[in-house]
Design a binder for this molecule. Structure first.
Ligand SMILES: Cc1cc2nc3c(=O)[nH]c(=O)nc-3n(C[C@H](O)[C@H](O)[C@H](O)COP(=O)(O)OP(=O)(O)OC[C@H]3O[C@@H](n4cnc5c(N)ncnc54)[C@H](O)[C@@H]3O)c2cc1C
Length: 411
């Protein structure tokens, strides 16, 4: 826990304490230990990776989808070394770290870099560009009304907006909130028994598969509604996006809309891993799971304590719960923390993604962005752990440049 009062002035404020922020901090310290006293991290939890932990536990995700080289420490092999006596927790085919192994490893990373007490417990409500002693600064306002002034700010909030299908917006009948949830709201740990319940899960991605297995384990009958065919893929984007194989062409594309299309095609909707596909197909054979492919929901009505769900092909089915595993999108227009920054430092927005400079700054400002919102520069894996490393490489170059390490009042 952060053991000091909120400082009034700081060189670098990092908003969010997820894997991306942790990656950035370790990469900065690796290059410049002296930077230790120049930054602070803010997160409502007051601790590292709380949101990450929550989402993995809530969906009972047994292991990561990304191989063991992707993690917040600068040494790519350190997770593999950490796992030397825990090799059972590296899952085939590419040593995918088990959830607990990854969590313990990240705890080690936090200790190794002496970061345990570096996260201030606070939610940022506004990032205001201001003039302070005639210099451009940011006033970082917290929800409790307190604030601090930062010369530079990094937004690492993982700010993803849930995709809510149009037919959900059109539901007019009142319904109990627990009967229709986006995957981000489902917490399997709080649901003990689903026997006798029919659940429809919308979406064909990994989350859909995890939730289906969680519901089946609790005795539910599950229907998966997938817009296309349920597809099997090891990773959510081709490994070629981690290096020059695809990034060269991406960076050579001058048109921002062209880049946006490349990102969309690279991620290409949802897919499940071969291992999960096997489990789903087995459950389908046992008659516990129904997979409706090339199917879309057209509408739903809550009546007599049940959902009547209308599907294409004039079919209607009854369910007790609807879970939307419809994914999330990154949209700078809907990010509160960007509103005031973008009013002063204007930049083009491409379908919600801001155009940033090569160090991931909003051009002309000292406001940096990590995560999915940086995809126009980092590429399709921007939101992933590997994207955190790629973003950190770009940010570190700008953050620890000698002429940016002046005493706070000077530059
Ligand atoms: C179910 C699931 C599984 C995934 N599996 C993988 C995987 O195996 N491999 C992979 O590479 N990627 C995976 N991803 C992608 C995943 O998003 C990243 O790995 C990682 O969690 C992103 O890190 P982040 O720091 O950007 O976001 P987060 O983990 O969401 O962290 C952001 C932090 O910012 C904080 N925050 C937000 N708003 C504010 C505010 N206003 N003020 C202060 N703090 C704020 C939040 O509290 C949170 O702690 C997965 C994603 C999901 C949803």
């Amino acid at each position: 826990m952060f053991d000091r009062p909120l400082p009034s002035l700081i060189d670098l404020a990092i908003v969010g304490a997820g894997p991306q922020a942790l990656t950035l901090v370790t990469h900065i310290l690796q290059k410049r230990q002296k930077f230790r006293n120049r930054f602070m991290v803010l997160d409502p939890s007051g601790t590292w990776l709380e949101q990450w932990r929550h989402q993995f536990k809530a969906q009972e995700i047994p292991h990561l989808r990304s191989p063991a080289v992707h993690h917040p420490d600068p040494d790519p092999y350190s997770l593999r070394r950490f796992a030397e006596n825990r090799s059972m927790e590296l899952f085939p085919p590419y040593d995918l770290p088990g959830t607990e192994l990854f969590e313990d490893f990240c705890g080690e990373v936090v200790k190794k870099w002496e970061l345990t007490d570096r996260v201030y417990p606070g939610k940022v409500s506004q990032v205001l560009p201001i003039q302070w002693s005639q210099k451009p600064r940011f006033q970082i306002v917290l929800t409790d009304g307190s604030s601090l002034i930062a010369r530079r700010v990094v937004l690492a909030t993982g700010a993803a907006v849930p995709n809510i299908p149009q037919w959900v917006e059109e539901i007019r009948t009142p319904y109990p909130p627990s009967s229709l949830c986006h995957s981000q709201q489902v917490d399997l740990r709080l649901i003990k028994d689903l026997s006798g319940e029919d659940i429809v899960i919308v979406g064909g991605g990994l989350t859909s598969g995890h939730l289906a297995m969680g519901a089946l384990k609790r005795g539910a009958m599950v229907t998966l509604v997938v817009r296309r065919q349920l597809r099997e893929r090891l990773f959510d984007a081709e490994p070629g996006w981690l290096g020059p194989k695809y990034l060269k062409g991406f960076e050579g594309e001058d048109c921002w809309y062209g880049r946006w299309e490349m990102i969309k095609q690279a991620r290409d909707g949802g897919s499940v891993t071969p291992a999960l596909m096997l489990q789903l197909r087995r459950a389908a054979r046992q008659g516990k799971l129904r997979i409706l492919e090339n199917t879309e929901i057209l509408g739903a009505v809550w009546k007599d304590e049940q959902w009547r769900v209308r599907l294409n092909g004039e079919v209607s089915l009854m369910f007790n719960r609807i879970w939307l595993a419809t994914g999330t999108q990154f949209n700078g227009h809907e990010d509160n923390l960007l509103t005031d920054v973008l009013r002063i430092y204007r930049t083009e927005m491409i379908n919600g993604l801001p155009v940033l400079d090569e160090n991931l700054r909003i051009p002309g400002s000292q406001c940096f962005i990590m995560g999915g919102l940086a995809a126009l520069i980092v590429g399709p894996v921007a939101r992933n752990l590997s994207g955190g490393r790629m973003a950190s490489d770009r940010l570190v170059k700008a953050i620890i440049k000698p002429n940016t390490m002046l005493p706070l009042g000077i530059s």
